[in-house]
Design a binder for this molecule. Structure first.
Ligand code: ADP
Length: 169
């Protein structure tokens, strides 16, 4: 049965009023293109200042900062795997991004969290496999957690929205 806490929406993650938005960052945590660039632009320069103190992040791991000028209180920065054909642990690393981000959210008293489609942009992860992996990881986590109230998958592109819709319902 579907967990009613999982929500699917389209739009721009930087506009969401949630406790935490997740950033698909790179290992430097010093900003980049795609959703990372959009989050840094919307949060303002204090986000980069805080990120400089974090000394980067390994693939599959996650680190938390404040959201500054964003409506979201926190940003959870996670580093998705670059797709290299599927034989480099990409699926497990992507699942770890979701699980570690959720763990960090709970540790920081976040009740609502929104995920972009990690690794499916510049990092080239196949969208269908990424959606299945993301949904599987979130469902696993929620089956053990009672504190989170809402977990949003926010799709920037219609193609991803349709994929998630078909997998979730
Ligand atoms: P990665 O390097 O992990 O592939 P990208 O930023 O290139 O990261 O893409 C990750 C996903 O974020 C893609 O599906 C992309 O369409 C989406 N995205 C880009 N900008 C935004 C935004 N402002 N809000 C939500 N999702 C976004």
């Amino acid at each position: 049965m579907e967990d009613p806490r999982i929500q699917l929406i389209t739009g721009d993650i930087t506009r969401l009023h949630v406790d935490a938005i997740v950033n698909a960052a790179n290992r430097s945590l010093l900003g980049g293109g795609g959703v990372d660039g959009a989050i840094h632009r919307a949060a303002g320069p204090r986000l980069l200042e805080e990120c400089r103190e974090l000394n980067g992040c390994e693939t599959g791991e996650a680190k938390i900062t404040y959201g500054y000028d964003l409506p979201a209180r926190n940003v959870i920065h996670t580093v998705g795997p670059v797709w290299r054909g599927g034989t480099h642990n990409e699926k497990e690393l992507l699942a770890s991004c979701y699980l570690n981000s959720l763990r960090l959210a709970v540790e920081n008293q976040c009740k609502t969290i929104a995920f972009p489609n990690i690794s499916t942009g510049i990092y080239g992860f196949p969208k269908d496999l990424a959606a299945r992996t993301a949904i599987g990881a979130v469902r696993d986590f929620l089956s053990q957690d009672k504190t989170l109230k809402e977990v949003y998958f926010i799709c920037f592109f219609e193609e991803n929205y349709q994929l998630y819709k078909d997998l979730l319902w």
